[in-house]
Design a protein around this ligand. Structure first.
Ligand SMILES: *Cc1c(COP(=O)(O)O)cnc(C)c1O
Length: 381
């Protein structure tokens, strides 16, 4: 089945009792049983819920995976993966990571005796020197936030496999429409469903997709034991959102390309970070592992200052100044003072994240209107 057909149909069957074409919101905490040892696959809703089950099947199908598990947030999903580990285990991850993941690894799990190495994984050669007998997990995020760096998933998997290391990929920025890490050899795909999968800025949710049954059982055990499960209303909203994922992604990519190219030629703009440019340092890998280049991009002003960037972001009218991404509406964000404010300035600048860097999540509006809005805001700086 092709992607768009899966987006519309996968996991969803007409409701057996009424024929309702949309999966009902099974708003229940428990299920009545015939006898103590006999139930219809549902005993208590932390363990299973039919609306959530339909969504899990849908997300698994979109990633071409066998098993999906949904969580109450993207961080809840990441948390379940780290709970596979034990004190003394080590994790290798990139130095250009979602801030919330960095915070969980450093501030929550280091004190449980798990060691994290944050390194530049855009060069796979950096991986081997950090591997030792305790290395259990490689956590990848690509494209990265906010500099849109690309990591070669297949090359990292090949090194990890030789060393028996589990590979998990945070696939939030790409969405399953653009990139399928399981097909590239990863064992776990993680999504902040909050973003493109849900797509309408109205849900917080996370998901994991895996192919191996044993790994699935372990993660499902953690999900049920620790309890970060999403509710049926949110599951329904995401089931609804996914039906147009392919259509939205097509428009996100189309608009993203137009805006990246427009900004590149704008006299007030310095650098534009978008993996679709042929001179992007990791363009060849992006082309190899992604179907298109997405609707996320960042840029700097020629005049690099927080004041000018702030003025630009206060001047937009159609774009909304907000954190998050992947929704139908276009958002503008200032990493230096918003999403990445916790990183010390010197570290930030060293990593290439300058004061005037502005991140855009391009929505599905008409691109001419978005460009007009950016132009009028840029004319003020
Ligand atoms: C938002 C996000 C997360 C966290 O997901 P939540 O649903 O907000 O918990 C993780 N990784 C990436 C890349 C994200 O953008």
């Amino acid at each position: 089945m092709n992607f768009g057909t899966k987006a519309v149909h996968a996991g969803v069957t007409p409701d057996p009792s009424t024929g309702a074409i949309m999966t009902p919101i099974y708003q229940t905490s428990t299920y009545v049983q015939e006898s103590p040892a006999k139930h219809k696959g549902y005993a208590y809703a932390r363990g299973a819920n039919p609306t959530r089950n339909a969504l899990q099947k849908s997300i698994a199908a979109l990633e071409d995976g066998k098993f999906g598990i949904c969580f109450s947030s993207g961080m809840g999903a990441t948390d379940a993966v780290i709970k596979l580990l034990a004190p003394g285990d080590e994790v290798i991850t990139s130095n250009d990571l979602y801030g919330g993941s960095y915070r969980m690894f450093k501030k929550v799990y280091e004190k449980f005796g798990i060691k994290f190495h944050f390194i530049d994984l855009t060069d796979v050669a950096n991986l081997t020197p950090h591997i030792n007998k305790n290395t259990k997990l490689l956590w990848l995020e690509t494209p990265s936030n906010p500099l849109m760096r690309i990591i070669d998933i297949e090359a990292c998997v090949s090194v990890a496999k030789q060393n028996n290391i589990l590979v998990a990929v945070d696939n939030t920025f790409a969405s399953p429409y653009l990139q399928n890490p399981l097909a590239l050899g990863a064992a776990i795909v993680m999504h902040s469903v909050t973003k493109y999968l849900s797509g309408h800025s109205d849900v917080i949710m996370g998901a994991l997709v895996v192919n191996e049954e044993k790994l699935f059982q372990e993660l499902a055990f953690i999900a049920n034991s620790c309890g970060a499960v999403p509710g049926p209303q949110d599951s329904f909203l995401v089931l609804r959102g996914i039906k147009t994922l392919h259509l939205r992604m097509e428009r996100h990519c189309f608009n993203g390309k137009k805006i990246a190219e427009h900004l590149l030629n704008h006299p007030k703009v310095g650098k534009v970070y978008w993996p679709g440019f042929t001179n992007h340092p990791n363009h060849a890998i992006a082309k190899k592992q992604m179907r298109d280049f997405g609707g996320m991009l960042s840029f700097t002003l020629k005049n690099d200052s927080i004041e000018k960037a702030t003025l630009m972001m206060e001047s937009v009218e159609l774009f909304s100044l907000a954190e998050s991404l992947g929704g139908v509406e276009s958002l503008i964000n200032h990493p230096a003072s918003m999403t990445h404010a916790s990183i010390p300035k010197e570290e930030r600048i060293k990593n290439g994240l300058s004061d005037s860097l502005i991140r855009l999540s391009i929505g599905v509006e008409d691109v001419e209107d978005l460009i007009e809005d950016l132009d009028q805001a840029l004319s003020k700086v």
